[in-house]
Design a protein around this ligand. Sequence first.
Ligand SMILES: *Cc1c(COP(=O)(O)O)cnc(C)c1O
Length: 378
Amino acid sequence: MEKPEKIYLASPHMGGEEMKYIQEAFDTNWIAPLGKNVNQFEKEMADYVGLKAGAALSAGTAALHLGLKALGVGEGDVVFCSSLTFSASANPIIYLGAKPIFIDSEPETWNMSPAALEKAYEKYPHPKVVVIVDLYGQAADYERLLAICKAHHTSVLEDAAEALGATYQGQKCGTLGDLSVLSFNGNKIITTSGGGMLLGNDEALIQKVRFWSTQSRENERHYEHKELGYNYRMSNIVAGIGRGQLKVLEKRVTKKKQIFETYQEAFKQNSDIEMMPISDQGKPNYWLSCMTLKEGSAVKPLDIMLALEKENIESRPIWKPMHLQPYFKKYPFFSHCDRENEQSIAEDIFNRGVCLPSDTKMTEADQQRIIKIVKELF
Ligand SMILES: *Cc1c(COP(=O)(O)O)cnc(C)c1O
C-alpha cells in the first residue's frame, strides 16, 4: 500500500507575498548583501513587537552570540541559562569563553523556575547575563524572574526564538529582555529558510551589533579593523522572505492555537494525557502542541512517536535538558526541587513529554487521523 502523505511537526508555510520582495531584490540587483529588504525587515519587525531597533542576522544562534557580547559577556564570565531548551540557547555562552550555569523549569510554564534562579544566585551572586527562554511559544514568568534579576543588577537576554507572536501580560515576546532574540529557522512559526534577529531599544547597541556582524569594518576606504568581526548579517533575499512571512504571522498563530485546542478537546477524556500547561499571564503562539503522559501511564512517549512514524507522521521528544547533555553536564545545575535525588522538573518533562505534529498546513482531517492513532494506543 502506498504510504499516506507525510505530516510534519512544523514545516515552512509561505504566505504568498514573499516572492514579490525577492523579485524586487532581483530587479534592483540587490541580491547581496544588504539592501532595502534587510532594512525594512528590521524596521517592520521592531515595529511589530514595539521596540526601537533590530539587527537582522544569519541565524537565531548568531543573534544569541552577539546579544551576549553586546551585554558584556566575555572570557570567564558566568551566564545563567534555562536548562530545558534547544542547545542553541547555550552554545554561544561557550563561544565567548563564558561559563553556563543551568536553571531548572517550573511546572507552570515549563520555563525558568524563579525558585531555582534564586538558588543559583546564592551560589553565584554575580552572573553577567541571564538567558531566559520562552519555550514552545509560551512566555516565562517575567514578573517574578525580572524582579530577581533586577535585584541583582543582571541583564537579561530573552531567547524568544520559539515565541514570536506570543505575549506576556499584554507585552509581546521579543521585548521582555534587555535584548531579545528571534529565529526564522525552517521549523519556526515564520521562517526565512534560516535567519534570526536581535531586538532592543538601545539603537546604538543594535547598530554596534550590525557592525560586528559585517566583519567590524571601520568607516575607511581600506579595510580597517579595530575589533573582532563576524560574518553574521542576513542577506537581502532572505530578508525578503521574512517581510512576506511577517504579513501572515497572526494567521499562523490563530491556526497553531486551533491545532492545540483540537488536541486538548480530543484528549480531555483521557486521564493519562495532559496538554502543556498554559499560564493565564500570557497568550502563547502555540508553536508546538506538547503533551505529557501521566506518571505510570502504560503508554510511553516512544509508543506514540513510533505509532505516528509508522503512518508517516512526524513527532518529537521534548528538548533534552542541557544539564543532561554529555557536552554540558560538567556545568552546574540548579533544580526547582528541594529534596536531594528528586528528579528535576526539566528531566521529568523530558521523560514524559511528546511534541505532537503542529504543522499549519495540516488539515482538520490530518489532525483527526493523528488523534485517532494516539487514542487507539490506550
Ligand atoms: C531555534 C532556536 C534557536 C536557534 O535559532 P537558529 O535560527 O536555528 O540558530 C535558539 N533558541 C531556541 C530556543 C530555539 O528553538
